[in-house]
Design a protein around this ligand. Structure first.
Ligand SMILES: Nc1nc2c(c(=O)[nH]1)N[C@H]1C(S)=C(S)[C@@H](COP(=O)(O)O)O[C@H]1N2
Ligand SMILES: [Mo]
Length: 520
């Protein structure tokens, strides 16, 4: 009886049916967002589906999105998702003009997709599934309820019977659902805001070191001649990590444990670190995955405390070799204890970068930075645990994946201008770039035109310190035609950068950077 009525029963008006689908969608998203507010912003099914889409996106498409939309790539993605969802919800509503089943199936499918996306996130526990569950219940529930009201109304109109909801009450119910959804979504947003790392970070304000780094002289770079600026802005600083989603740590939830082969085990809160006399050091970081000519090298003013001081307070026991550091996301690194204890090296536990608290993606609230060592053995972000131990006792993340235990940064140089395959006017051609040999210092940079040209010394920028990069430039008289140019650095130990090509595995690439260009 019931099914046959549904099959031939009254049809909802087209627009009304579509609207029911869209209102149910709003209810679903809002309920999920509200519950996520209590757990983690990342549990919101909408964001989780978006993040899932990012992770599944092929690299080429990601590059395209970043190139085309820049920092707005994620907004474009979320906006596009919203349009698709609203259309799908409207279609679901229209497909349900007689029976609510198609709409319910579609909304349930959305809910399951959200649940799947949330379950795939490494940073969320199973409690997070409550958010998509709330979405599912709210979406299906609101859809079913509005559909029944509207159907009852249509039926009453058809049978001209008076015992049915008025047009007004159906509209009111719909409007009520929208208002409730709006309120729930907003509350969820507010709650999430109190829980994510960014708001915790914003509450900190500027970090002012008691011992600032010496000011960077104006002639420390040749940015006008094509080199990078001496300091890299936080936004442009290269980023390398295994985190699919950036770990969100609030300072009140953070502490650093220092233990293992020490006499006094320690635990530091954020304020314990922040209230120490903060120091600032200018350091050039480099990733072991940087190919010859690559861009995984950047320089910042890091603010924090001396890592060696912390170790000395804990009193490291004889025989200790390795600082085995662990990040909140489970990533680990092993650094030599001697490097941290060496006062001449300047190892840090950093909480600030270029005047600001560490950006969340660069390790907020705290990270390690040890000058002269590649990042994977020295620069643990979101660090929460330092265990003093031996090399034998503990093996860090990348060691079992083919990378070396000891990884000092290799002396390297790069040509930034002209760009490879650029066409420049014939005549005087200026070549410029950067060189680095952290903890040793760059002594000289030499450049040659052609495969057999004479090495010509380049003009170096003013030295800021041995732990930072150095810019260089030179000029050649270049006839029309295609040319190649090569750079090599000589460091302060007297070592000339080798031309022997080696890949990045296991402990950093070597070889000279060569580029080709055309003069016309
Ligand atoms: N927690 C964590 N810390 C990490 C990594 C990581 O994957 N996870 N990558 C390391 C590597 S390989 C490098 S080169 C530096 C890069 O730091 P940056 O992203 O701030 O430039 O962080 C190091 N710290
Ligand atoms: Mo790295």
């Amino acid at each position: 009886m019931k099914t046959s009525r549904a099959a031939q029963g009254p049809r909802l008006p087209l627009f009304g049916a579509a609207l029911i689908g869209v209102v149910a969608l709003a209810a679903a998203l809002a309920a999920g967002h509200l519950v996520a507010g209590f757990i983690s912003a990342n549990a919101s099914p909408y964001l989780a589906v978006g993040n899932g889409a990012i992770d599944l996106t092929p690299v080429e498409l990601k590059d395209f999105a970043v190139r085309t939309f820049g920092v707005y790539d994620k907004l474009v993605l979320l906006g596009g998702m919203a349009v698709v969802m609203v259309l799908a919800a409207a279609v679901a509503g229209i497909a349900s003009r007689r029976s609510p089943v198609p709409g319910i199936v579609l909304i349930a499918a959305f809910g399951l997709l959200g649940g799947f996306a949330v379950s795939q996130r490494p940073d969320l526990s199973t409690v997070a599934l409550l958010a998509p569950l709330a979405s599912l219940i709210a979406g299906v529930g609101v859809f079913f309820w509005l559909h029944r009201l509207a159907t009852a109304r249509s039926q009453a109109v058809e049978e001209t019977s008076g015992a049915a909801p008025s047009r007004r009450s159906v509209l009111l119910a719909g409007a009520g659902a929208v208002v409730a959804a709006g309120a729930a979504g907003a509350v969820g947003q507010l709650l999430a805001g109190t829980r994510d790392a960014e708001s915790s970070r914003e509450a900190i304000g500027r970090l002012v070191p008691v011992t600032p780094a010496p000011p960077i002289p104006a002639d420390a770079d040749f940015a006008k001649l094509g080199t990078p600026t001496f300091l890299t802005s936080n936004r442009d600083f290269y980023r390398v990590d295994t985190a699919l989603s950036v770990p969100q740590v609030r300072v009140e939830d953070w502490s650093l444990r220092l233990h293992g082969m020490v006499r006094n085990e320690k635990r530091f809160s954020y304020d314990d670190i922040r209230n120490r006399p903060l120091i600032e050091r200018t350091i050039t970081m480099t990733c072991v995955s940087n190919e010859v000519g690559g861009t995984y090298v950047s320089t910042a003013n890091f603010i924090g405390v001396d890592l060696g001081d912390l170790l000395r307070e804990a009193e490291v026991l004889p025989g200790a070799e390795q600082i085995f550091s662990t990040s909140v996301d489970g990533w680990t690194a092993g650094s030599p204890v001697v490097a941290a204890l060496d006062p001449g090296r300047g190892a840090m536990l950093a909480i600030g970068m270029n005047g600001e608290p560490l950006p969340v993606e660069h390790g907020f609230p705290a990270r390690m930075v040890i000058p002269g060592l590649y990042g994977y053995v020295s620069a643990t972000k979101w660090v929460k645990d330092l265990e003093i131990t031996t090399w034998k006792a503990r093996r860090a993340y990348w060691l079992d994946r083919g990378w070396g235990e000891q990884a000092p940064i290799k002396t390297q140089s790069r040509i930034d201008s002209p760009k490879g395959f650029e066409t420049v006017p014939a005549g005087k051609v200026r070549i410029s770039g950067v060189a680095w040999a952290q903890h040793t210092g760059v002594e000289r940079v030499e450049v040659r035109l052609g495969a057999r040209g004479n090495w010509q010394p380049a003009t170096l920028s003013r030295e800021v310190g041995i732990n930072t990069w150095r810019m260089w430039w030179t000029e050649f008289d270049v006839p029309a035609g295609s040319h190649q140019v090569t750079v090599r650095a000589v460091d302060k130990s007297g070592y000339t950068q080798t031309d022997a090509r080696a890949g990045t595995v296991p402990d950093g690439a070597t070889g000279w950077h060569v580029i080709s260009f055309t003069a016309r």
